[in-house]
Design a protein around this ligand. Structure first.
Ligand code: COA
Length: 166
């Protein structure tokens, strides 16, 4: 492969800092809960769900920031209902607000039976904060969030309220 040289590297850097709407980095991951995912009561272990939330939110933060982003805090993680073995969990993560190097990501988890679509229930809602870092682990500047729709604006306002309560 030929070296793109400075012009190529500059293009990548410029692209990394380009303002992005939340939809560009939003992701949904889906996972079926099995017998290895339970707690001692037989329902799905909270830690299993938290890992899925962290994975999804980290992916959204990395996609928005154009590189690594590490988890620094989890705010208001509410377990609204239990999940069972055989539930298909759909974890959605969307960047809600950004600072200089930090990103607040809203995650929601919906559950439905793996073989019976259409009966979804929300089981979790949480805000997580990530910090974009460079190769040395030092915080780096992230692109601004292009907040356009009323839904984007409401999500950003809620994230900012969470941040000010912290
Ligand atoms: C992320 C890390 C590099 C930040 O270092 P730091 O010295 O706190 O950095 P700064 O004080 O310059 O703050 C950087 C940003 O992080 C934010 N931040 C730091 N700690 C925070 C926290 N607990 N909650 C929310 N935001 C936080 C700051 O507000 C700042 O945001 P801004 O740049 O948007 O204004 C450092 O805390 C770290 O390495 N933490 C461990 C991360 C980790 O291992 N996570 C688990 C595995 S992914």
């Amino acid at each position: 492969m030929t070296d793109p040289g400075w012009a190529g590297r500059k293009a990548v850097l410029t692209d990394r800092l380009e303002d992005k709407p939340p939809a560009v980095s939003a992701i949904t991951l889906a996972h079926i809960m099995g017998p290895g995912d339970t707690n001692l009561y037989g329902t799905v272990h909270g830690g299993v769900v938290m890992k899925l939330i962290d994975d999804a939110a980290a992916a959204a933060a990395a996609r928005h920031s154009g590189g690594p982003a590490v988890t620094v805090s989890v705010d208001q993680l509410n377990f609204l209902a239990p999940a069972q073995v055989g539930d298909l969990l759909k974890v959605t993560a969307v960047v809600a607000a950004v600072g200089r190097s930090s990103l607040d990501v809203l995650t929601t988890v919906f559950a439905e039976r793996w073989n019976r679509p259409g009966e979804e229930r929300q089981i979790v809602r949480a805000f997580l904060t990530f910090v974009a870092v460079d190769a040395d682990g030092t915080p780096r500047t992230v692109p601004r969030l292009l907040v356009e729709s009323s839904e984007d604006r409401a999500r950003e306002a809620e994230a900012r309220r969470q941040r000010s309560r912290r």
